[in-house]
Design a protein around this ligand. Structure first.
Ligand code: AMP
Length: 192
């Protein structure tokens, strides 16, 4: 199975790259952020519980996202799973390892899209004009980047230690970046 985590700060382009990667390798795609936004849009009980947390740019509790991810892995009928926005802290990374092991599989690699902070803010403010996302505003963007730096960045070290961390330059044309990502994934598959 080809299980890949796409890593990067908010605004790094994970969502944009995901579709192409999922298609090429025939992967089940899961974006925890998108799944959570859907809960809010549908005003489910969970959605009502997490709205204020997401609007503040904070991470929702691990239990909520882990349950979502467990269901996705269990229901996967494709070549593997592409995780976008998960794991977001070291505890989630440890849980992902255990979950994948439970289903007799493991993570192939974590692709990290590297984009400088000023560019991230510029992209998110640009996206705010059309995204309709309530967390794409200056104040919340700052909080999201803070959460990323404090809680999510350590995930990179977690995967570096396991030899699964692959950085890719996230500046350039969408096509060039996806070509770089696919080259790295192909090399990792060839070695596995
Ligand atoms: P994203 O679409 O990935 O930028 O995520 C938007 C928001 O969803 C984040 O700011 C968090 O509030 C929440 N979220 C998404 N993924 C996770 C996760 N793995 N753990 C906790 N919160 C998450």
């Amino acid at each position: 199975m080809i299980n890949i985590a796409l890593f990067g700060a908010p605004g790094a382009g994970k969502g944009t790259q995901s579709t192409m990667i999922a298609e090429k390798y025939d992967l089940t795609y899961v974006s925890t952020g998108e799944a959570l936004r859907k809960e809010i849009a549908e005003k489910t009980e969970l959605g009502l519980r997490i709205k204020d947390i997401m609007d503040a740019g904070q991470l929702v509790s691990d239990d909520i996202v882990v349950e979502m991810i467990d269901k996705i892995i269990a229901g996967n009928t494709r070549n593997g799973v592409l995780f976008d926005g998960f794991p977001r802290n070291v505890e989630q990374a440890e849980t992902l390892d255990k979950l994948l092991a439970k289903y007799g599989t493991s993570l192939l690699c974590m692709i990290s899209l590297d984009v400088p902070r000023e560019e991230l803010v510029r992209r998110m403010l640009e996206r705010a004009k059309t995204s309709g996302r309530s967390d794409d505003n200056e104040e919340t963007i700052k909080n999201r980047l803070r959460e990323y730096e404090n809680k999510t960045l350590p995930v990179a070290d977690y995967y570096k230690a396991k030899g699964l961390y692959i950085p890719v330059n996230g500046i350039g044309s969408i096509d060039d970046i996806s070509r770089d990502i696919m080259k790295e994934i192909d090399a990792k598959i060839a070695k596995s």
